[in-house]
Design a protein around this ligand. Structure first.
Ligand SMILES: Nc1ncnc2c1ncn2[C@@H]1O[C@H](COP(=O)(O)O)[C@@H](OP(=O)(O)O)[C@H]1O
Ligand SMILES: [Mg+2]
Ligand SMILES: [Mg+2]
Ligand SMILES: [Mg+2]
Length: 375
């Protein structure tokens, strides 16, 4: 059933988005929070120094902007709903900032956060406040009640490498994703062109033509707007269910350690997909799929890897509300109700319905062929 609301391509008036929908207040608060965090990230990406990033235990990077964006989103959501106890499942924690060796980094983060808060008309925070806000993200989540789900910077490797990244905020209500918002500072507003995912992206970050905000409300559609204005008009978006596989463009991680490029190439070949893959960091891939800039997203990490809910929560509801399907390799929908991790069968496949069925079939066929060869 098509979701309620305006037709795809229709422009809806400036904020508040979807006034009257059940979670309109929360949706608009989430959009504001993501806009603030995106501003901080845009500033930092242009001037990031080695002293502002550290490697985590799992060998992944984290920067002052990851921490700053997490604190800002927590601040903005708390401000929008004073008195409420917010439950947030977020990627970062403050452990390394509480250590004396993290003092300079905490000071820098506090300064960055306060500069954005000042612009938003708020009172300055102390380092302790920033730590408390970051640690709001330690919730175990689960299937009961409301949990915000935050990846303050998804695609930190892309952020550091001057490529694509996204600020990703979802809202779980009783185990289902009710809202999703993606801030994509380096995405061009026009149709996506091949080189836009690559190293040149950030050199143009801040251009008038860059910066998109995707937002979805379960049952009320998916929308896109410019990222930098306080209350821009939104346009309803829809996936592109191409009639022929040969016309489908597929997307995957820029980093081959995050997703097996050899396997996806074999699946694409099996389907008769001829266009080369669009390789990009982060959930911007879900945004582009929802807007019809590409028709397939595949992710096949190493079998030992366990997916985290913040890497998919916002993107999944945006794709579904744009008319797409997101499942694991066995065709099951992703279950966000089980805590901080997603348990799934091998990989993740997102696409419009016809193409999705074709990808599922091809994944199974290539899997069987590989098993046969290995036997
Ligand atoms: N070995 C691995 N396999 C799969 N995903 C990984 C991974 N190591 C890190 N990731 C996740 O992949 C995310 C980025 O996805 P993509 O490949 O689409 O850009 C990272 O998010 P962060 O950048 O928020 O840490 C991280 O959670
Ligand atoms: Mg990370
Ligand atoms: Mg992530
Ligand atoms: Mg992250």
């Amino acid at each position: 059933m098509a979701p309620a609301g305006p037709a795809p391509g229709a422009t809806v008036p400036a904020a508040p988005l979807l006034a009257g929908a059940p979670y309109a207040k929360e949706l608009n608060a989430a959009c504001d929070a993501v806009r603030l965090a995106s501003k901080l990230c845009r500033t930092v990406q242009q001037q990031l120094s080695d002293a502002e990033k550290v490697d985590k235990l799992d060998d992944s990077p984290v920067t002052v902007a990851d921490y700053g964006a997490q604190a800002l989103v927590a601040w903005a959501l708390s401000r929008a709903d004073p008195g409420a106890r917010i439950s947030m499942v977020a990627e970062e924690d403050s452990a390394s900032l509480k250590d004396p060796s993290g003092a300079a980094m905490l000071q820098r983060i506090t300064q960055l956060v306060n500069s954005v808060i000042a612009e938003a008309g708020g009172e300055p925070l102390t380092g302790h406040d920033v730590i408390d806000l970051i640690d709001l993200g330690a919730s175990p989540g689960g299937g009961a009640g409301r949990h915000w789900v935050l990846d303050p910077i998804d695609g930190t490797r892309g952020f550091v490498g001057m490529r694509q990244y996204a600020v990703c905020l979802g809202m779980l209500q009783d185990g289902d994703v009710a809202l999703g918002v993606l801030g994509c500072p380096n995405l061009p507003r026009g149709t996506f062109k091949e080189d836009d995912g690559g190293a040149v992206a950030a050199s143009r970050s801040g251009d008038a033509g860059r910066g998109l905000l995707f937002a979805a409300h379960r049952g009320h559609g998916a929308y896109v707007s410019g990222l930098w204005d306080a209350s821009p008009p939104f346009t309803r978006i829809r996936v592109d269910d191409v009639a022929e596989n040969s016309a489908a463009r597929f997307m995957e991680s820029f980093e081959s350690r995050h997703s097996d490029h050899t396997f996806t190439a074999e699946v694409a070949r099996h389907m008769g997909v001829t266009l080369p893959p669009l390789r990009m960091d982060s959930q911007v891939k879900y945004g582009l799929l929802s807007r019809g800039d590409a028709s397939i997203f595949m992710r096949f990490p190493p079998s030992s890897y366990r997916e985290k809910i913040w890497d998919h929560c916002a993107g999944v509801v945006i794709v579904e509300e744009a008319g797409g399907k997101v499942t694991d390799a066995s065709g099951a929908r992703l279950d966000f109700s089980r805590g901080r991790w997603l348990d799934l069968d091998r990989g993740i496949i997102a696409a419009p319905p016809r193409v999705h069925a074709a990808v599922l079939e091809a994944v199974a066929a290539v899997g069987r062929r590989r098993d046969g060869e290995g036997a």
